[in-house]
Design a binder for this molecule. Structure first.
Ligand SMILES: Cc1cc2nc3c(=O)[nH]c(=O)nc-3n(C[C@H](O)[C@H](O)[C@H](O)COP(=O)(O)O)c2cc1C
Length: 205
């Protein structure tokens, strides 16, 4: 099984979210998973520029052949999309920033959520995710505690929409209240790590 780890953990060794990812890696390394890592701190995704959006419309929406030069504008986005398509399972690890995904994670989704590659629009059917049959696990931590549906919570909810739109069966494991309730932070992380072992234990066996 090919597992792609996509991580954005600028906090490095002291990252809270890394503690969740480490728990996931321990499970994966005990099995036979073929692990590939995309570290978005070292390999920042591209943003849409006028050149890139032009190629995206011409090629992905218009179905046109584009020049080698134009294909080059999309090279990094295409590389990230192909890497995701080639994986059987995704583990995405990133903290909440300003109530949502960190910008680098959103840019990664903008890179990989390409029409005709990871989702499509089929006449009479509507939107279809092209990555059906794959599983995704989103690992995150936040300073505050947010119950499902909280008006400020756009990190877990948005990530679920992004992954679900591409067809992934998605699980999220999060530890909230890290800064709001410091005395409970270690317990919240330990609880999340236990849930990760449970979810991944089932997925890889
Ligand atoms: C730039 C920045 C923005 C943040 N925004 C939020 C936020 O909107 N809501 C929240 O609950 N916590 C927020 N936090 C707190 C982090 O989500 C929290 O400390 C998290 O555990 C950090 O994860 P890390 O240690 O893996 O980097 C923010 C932290 C930073 C550095």
């Amino acid at each position: 099984m090919k597992v792609l780890i996509v991580q954005y953990l600028p906090g490095g060794e002291s990252s809270n979210t890394k503690k969740l990812l480490d728990a996931a890696l321990a499970v994966l390394k005990s099995g036979k998973a073929d692990i590939e890592t995309l570290d978005l701190v070292k390999d920042l995704p591209d943003f849409f520029t006028p050149e890139r959006i032009g190629v995206y419309y011409e090629r992905n929406y218009g179905g046109q052949q584009v020049s080698v030069q134009k294909m080059g504008y999309m090279a990094k986005m295409d590389r990230m999309a192909a890497q995701l398509k080639a994986a059987d399972m995704l583990i995405l690890a990133a903290p909440m920033y300003n109530f949502s995904q960190p910008a680098a994670v959103k840019a990664w989704f903008d890179s990989v959520m390409q029409k005709g590659v990871t989702w499509d629009l089929n006449p009479g059917v509507g939107y279809v995710g092209l990555l059906k049959g794959k599983k995704a696990l989103f690992l995150s931590t936040s300073g505050g505690q947010y119950e499902a549906g909280h008006p400020y919570e756009h990190c877990i909810s948005l990530t679920k929409v992004h992954l679900g739109f591409m067809g992934f069966e998605t699980e999220t494991v999060t530890a909230g209240g890290i800064n709001q309730f410091p005395d409970k932070a270690a317990g919240a992380i330990a609880q999340a790590q236990a849930k990760i072992r449970d979810v991944l234990g089932k997925w890889i066996n």
